[in-house]
Design a binder for this molecule. Structure first.
Ligand code: F3S
Ligand code: F3S
Length: 111
């Protein structure tokens, strides 16, 4: 289990969560941010600082947003549109910087 970022981050991308993560595992896409599920230590520090309450424990993701748990994982596991290689587990988001891409689901997501 891990924390995941849901639909409310899309097109908001406030980034307050990034400052709170002690292991730097929140990565910036194009329309939203994504939590690296293999790096997240489930500390919960990011969850209360999001102004739009977009961060949820995976088991508590709101109804209708279940797909976002998969999208957080897919962002790292799959090649993405405009990005040939999967990101994998880079061991920190700061060195990677904003990626400017999203999963196809998030790319097409209509809030
Ligand atoms: Fe998104 Fe909230 Fe973080 S809007 S970037 S999850 S602070
Ligand atoms: Fe990071 Fe803890 Fe959230 S490890 S992604 S601040 S749950």
């Amino acid at each position: 289990m891990t924390f995941v970022i849901g639909a409310d981050c899309v097109d908001v991308l406030d980034r307050a969560c990034i400052e709170e993560c002690p292991i730097d595992c929140i990565f910036i896409g194009n329309r939203m941010a994504y939590i690296q599920p293999d790096e997240c230590i489930d500390c919960g520090a990011c969850e209360p600082v999001c102004p739009v309450e977009a961060i949820h424990y995976e088991d508590d993701i709101p109804e209708g947003q279940e797909q976002f748990a998969s999208e957080n994982a897919r962002f790292f596991a799959d090649p993405l549109p405009g990005r040939a290689a999967a990101l994998g587990q880079p061991g920190g988001a700061t060195g990677v910087g904003p990626l400017g891409v999203d999963t196809p689901y998030v790319q097409a997501f209509q809030p």
